[in-house]
Ligand binder design. Sequence first.
Ligand SMILES: C[S@@+](CC[C@H](N)C(=O)[O-])C[C@H]1O[C@@H](n2cnc3c(N)ncnc32)[C@H](O)[C@@H]1O
Length: 355
Amino acid sequence: MSPNLVRTPLFDSPVEHGKRHGVKPGMTDINEAVSALALATQQSALLRGALTSGFLAHCAGETSVEDLARVTGLGPGRVRDLCVALRAAGVLETDNPDRYRLSTTYAPMLNDGTGTHLANQLGGAAVRARLIEQMFTADGPDRYEDLADTDRAALAASVTLAPSTALARAAMQGVVGGIPAWNDLLAAGDVRYLELGCGLSGALLTMLQLYPRLTAVGVDLSADLLALAKVEAAALGVDDRVRYVIEDATAYTDPEPFDVVFWSQFFFPAATRVKALANAYERLRPGGLLIVPGLIPPGTSAAEPQTSLSVLLTQGWEIPALTTEELCTELTTAGFAGGTVHPSSFATAVVARRL
Ligand SMILES: C[S@@+](CC[C@H](N)C(=O)[O-])C[C@H]1O[C@@H](n2cnc3c(N)ncnc32)[C@H](O)[C@@H]1O
């Protein structure tokens, strides 16, 4: 951007613009608040681009602008501008304007696939941002099934694990370890697992890598997500133990009972839930486990910033945003026994049993 453009009001921050145009003193706070929001949106895009392009992977050790330009194929001027912006965002550090390295805060991004996970979070947030804006229209947000394939995939990737990463395997071991009944089952031997609403099936694909005696069926209405899941299963070498079925989870049948059913409840609209739960019950063997992720972690107020937005969007899709207690009640009403809540750093799960 040329110095002239920087001075053009179009490119001003609200604070700078306010100062220059003699905005009333009372406007300073609102300008600062909105500037912070606008800046976060742009820096989030900057970080996502830096992660998904592989740019940041080249900044593990201190690197010169010239070397970065060579390995990324970008012009040195662009690389320098990107480095300055990434430094201003706290992602890069420098003692010399020609050399940059990842900051101490962001250095762990290069470990265990953390960067992939974070890029997925940011990709999902960008899709959610557009949907949240649509909440002010009478029609509400675009429905999940009507999203462009790339947007649906970005959203689905942001609610799961990136199964090729060490981070995913550690997170899944933490989840399973926190649910003794599930842990014992997986440790005992052959387990048949059904996921109703599997999406990209990041969690399932991670488990298949961890537990070689697990076999699974993933059911979803989104053919595009299942196609991506199949490719990932083959890449991970677990495709001989998972079958994907494009079908309504309320109607899927199987000649063999399952030991575990996982129900991705916070994607199931109110009108489908009783049937989905009845089918989960039907598909389980007596004593089999139903595992259900929670949307709102126990002890979290629905008024907290992130939770309030998750609730807004979920309910915009006519999906009830249930607390874990309400989920337990829903499961017992459907005939399941128990209903215990298991928080972990990745997700909170509610676990019940078929009688
Ligand atoms: C995003 S996935 C959940 C993530 C998954 N647990 C993972 O690890 O990747 C939730 C899915 O539920 C699916 N879904 C919602 N209602 C459904 C139904 N009636 N039948 C089948 N799938 C359904 C949606 O298509 C969506 O892809």
